[in-house]
Design a protein around this ligand. Structure first.
Ligand code: SIN
Ligand code: MN
Length: 256
């Protein structure tokens, strides 16, 4: 499952690509079954919403579940990551971000590298974030918003917000977002369940509250080149994996 020239160019030039139908209905069905299992686990790596108590993000999934370990290394993620970042990649993070119907809360404007460098001392913005939608993601149920080309501006100013939501995040201020959007606009990343999205570490993104009656769950794996590994180790394994050996692809049919 390799990316074509256009998809590779999009990652480079606008910072992301959207791959509809990347995973099949059957694969998504099987992932969703295990999602229900991991959400029921009582663990600090299931982080819940401040107000509703519903799971907001379930982290460290490859460390606690066989199917998610296979999914993390799936050729549909691994091949595109190798094409863009080379052969030697380690698993930095896995999670499912949920936005429950009616109650799913905001993810403020941010770019992931602010956290990866600020918290973990990752040297360069080379990590890739690879998603698969586990629900249909529409304009209504809290899709990610991207500011195309915002990764070209380098490290825009950001500061740690520990208050707005139950997940601490290095966020980008409103004036910076205003300037970036004025020049580049905003897109919403939506598509049917099974759609994949790949985006780069310093692309500015966020998502709004889900006030629709439809849940929105997205699996995410962050792969980082082994020679760009973290240099600070304060965060737990479920937030930044400590196995820096290059991963190998799982079999193409491992989810079926
Ligand atoms: C993220 O930026 O990691 C989360 C965004 C979302 O799930 O809406
Ligand atoms: Mn993010």
């Amino acid at each position: 499952m390799k990316l074509n020239e256009k998809q590779l160019k999009d990652i480079d030039e606008i910072g992301y690509t959207i791959l509809s139908g990347w995973f099949s209905e059957e694969e998504v069905k099987n992932i969703r079954k295990e999602m229900i299992t991991v959400f029921k686990e009582k663990t600090e790596s299931n982080i819940v919403e401040k107000s509703s108590g519903e799971v907001r993000t379930a982290m460290g999934l490859h460390l606690r579940n066989k199917l998610f370990d296979d999914l993390t290394r799936h050729p549909k993620f691994f091949e595109p990551a190798r094409q863009t970042r080379g052969d030697n990649l380690y698993i930095q993070q896995t999670k499912i971000n949920v936005k429950a119907a009616f109650t799913g809360e905001v993810w403020q404007w941010h770019y992931d590298f602010a956290t990866h460098s600020g918290e973990d001392g990752v040297p360069k913005p080379l990590a890739l974030n690879l998603h698969v939608f586990l629900d249909d993601v529409t304009e209504f149920n809290g899709p990610l918003f991207f500011i195309p080309k915002s990764h070209k501006y380098g490290r825009v100013l950001s500061k740690l917000d520990t208050e707005t939501t139950s997940y601490p995040l290095w966020t980008v201020d409103q004036q910076t977002v205003k300037n970036l959007v004025k020049e580049n606009g905003i897109v919403s990343a939506h598509g049917k369940a099974g759609t994949s999205v790949i985006f780069v570490d310093n692309l500015v993104h966020g998502s709004a509250q889900n006030m629709s009656p439809m849940d929105r769950a997205i699996f995410s794996v962050i792969l980082n080149p082994c020679d760009n590994a973290q240099t600070k180790f304060a965060r737990p394994d479920y937030k930044h994996g400590k196995d820096f050996k290059p991963i190998k692809a799982s079999p193409i049919n491992c989810l079926i």
